[in-house]
Design a protein around this ligand. Structure first.
Ligand SMILES: Cc1cc2nc3c(=O)[nH]c(=O)nc-3n(C[C@H](O)[C@H](O)[C@H](O)COP(=O)(O)OP(=O)(O)OC[C@H]3O[C@@H](n4cnc5c(N)ncnc54)[C@H](O)[C@@H]3O)c2cc1C
Length: 418
């Protein structure tokens, strides 16, 4: 049972890079690799490029001279028992490990037709098979207009083969673009311009092949201009799709944001008005309390002061009693103290002022009590909820929130537009 410190499943470029990476930090730890292909790790890009232009096959091999590395090639890992740290391959060998790396890459999507007649171009074996076919075959169909499909189509064309390239993504882009234009303008005539652009778009891949394969510089240059035009078309179509998809939601966010600002502004205006009335009430309350204290002080002073002056005059009046006996009746009269009278007047005046201030205070108090911020609070809460919902429904705000590490509600117009 082979045991290794590091076990790598997969024999591609990632696996090879991992071997070098491990060796940089661990010079001695044993490394084992299980690879389904029979060749040691090699560079895939030349399979669709350099090898067709005359580069030697030897140039594709990756440097694998690290010590302590065992390659188990032509084997496919079938079973992983992670708790036991074991991998079983398709030949029944069990490999144990301390650390495991899965670098199994990707495989082309298989079609429901063609079976073994179709080459799913990915490996050196696929290259060798296609190369052998290119020796005898004349016409080739390449399915898929991405990088690899275009490169293989160009490579075959460079070798004098007739190539038909089938690709779908452009049709999707064009269909979505045209649908968008139609809904945007609601008229068939408006589709003439995007239709013309679509034709340019469709011509992109053949033009790109022509740039690589044509011998005449003039034709290459013309084809290059066509490719540039197609790139512009693709960008503008994607931009339109983006506009149609994102703009209404972004506009909804701005609308809700404006509504929220307006609700807050209205509440603030109301609060300012209330603040003025509150300030008025506090001032009048203060005045009233001052008058009240001074009134209390005056009343207490008045209560402690005698109303009459101490300089009294006594008058004796002779008179006769009922039995005829003469007698003297004396009467003492005291004048009201002028200081007391003045104070009494002062108290009365202060009382009048106090009553007046109290009345005014009551009026301000009633006016203040009429201010109710509840409707404004509700309006602001509603507007905040609408705004929050709109930002959550806007993809641009979601992306910008992720990008700037902020809450979606805090994304500014400028950040969402970027
Ligand atoms: C023709 C071609 C041209 C390319 N040109 C470019 C280019 O110009 N620029 C660029 O950046 N990229 C290019 N790429 C892509 C690039 O080659 C890949 O990104 C790269 O090869 C990925 O390496 P990988 O090791 O992660 O995966 P892969 O290359 O897919 O390797 C995975 C390996 O693991 C093996 N494996 C899978 N399952 C198991 C299993 N259970 N047991 C054992 N082994 C297993 C597979 O057989 C394969 O050998 C090209 C690819 C191709 C095919």
């Amino acid at each position: 049972m082979p045991n290794s410190k590091y076990l790598i499943v997969g024999g591609g470029m990632t696996a090879d890079a991992a071997i070098h990476g491990i060796r940089e930090s661990d010079r001695g730890g044993s490394i084992a690799l299980i690879g389904a292909e029979t060749q040691p790790p090699y560079n895939r890009p030349p399979l669709s490029k350099g090898l067709w232009k005359g580069k030697p096959l030897e140039s594709i091999w990756r440097k694998n001279d690290e010590p302590g590395v065992t390659l188990h090639l032509g084997r496919r890992a079938k079973l992983l028992e992670a708790p036991d740290k074991r991998v079983t391959d398709d030949q029944g060998h069990v490999h144990t490990f301390e650390r495991l790396l899965l670098a199994t890459g990707s495989t082309p999507r298989r079609l429901s037709f063609g079976a073994e007649q179709v080459i799913y171009f990915r490996t050196l074996g696929d290259y060798e098979r296609l190369r052998a076919l290119a020796e005898t075959g004349r016409r080739f169909a390449v399915i898929g207009g991405g990088f690899i499909g275009s490169e293989v189509a160009a490579a075959l064309a460079m070798n004098g083969k007739q190539v038909v390239l089938a690709f779908t993504i452009e049709f999707f882009i064009i269909a979505i673009g045209l649908t968008g234009w139609y809904f945007f303008s609601s008229s068939i005539q408006a589709l003439l311009y995007p239709l013309a652009l679509a034709l340019v778009e469709l011509a992109r891949v053949p033009l790109a092949i022509a740039v690589r394969t044509q011998k005449s510089w003039n034709i290459q240059f013309a084809a290059l201009i066509g490719v540039c035009a197609a790139v512009v078309v693709t960008s503008s179509t994607l931009y339109q799709i983006g506009e149609l998809t994102f703009s209404p939601r972004r506009a909804a966010v701005y609308e809700k944001s404006a509504a929220l600002d307006e609700a807050k502004r209205e509440k603030q205006v109301y609060l300012d008005q209330k603040g003025q009335v509150q300030a008025g009430f506090e001032q009048i309350d203060k005045d009233w309390q001052t008058i009240n204290s001074s009134y209390d002080a005056q009343v207490s002073k008045l209560n402690n002061q005698s109303a009459f002056s101490r300089n009294c005059t006594t008058t004796a009046t002779p008179s006769t009693a009922t039995d005829g006996t003469p007698r003297t009746t004396s009467r003492t009269s005291c004048a009201r103290d002028p200081a007391f009278v003045a104070l009494e007047k002062e108290v009365a005046a202060t009382k009048a002022k106090r009553d007046e201030a109290f009345k005014a205070r009551s009026e301000w108090q009633i006016a203040l009590a009429k201010y109710d911020t509840t409707p404004f609070d509700r309006a602001v809460s509603r507007a905040e909820a609408d705004y929050s919902k709109a930002t959550q429904e806007s993809p641009l705000h979601s992306y910008a929130a992720m990008l700037f590490g902020k809450d979606q509600r805090d994304i500014t117009e400028g950040q969402a537009a970027r």
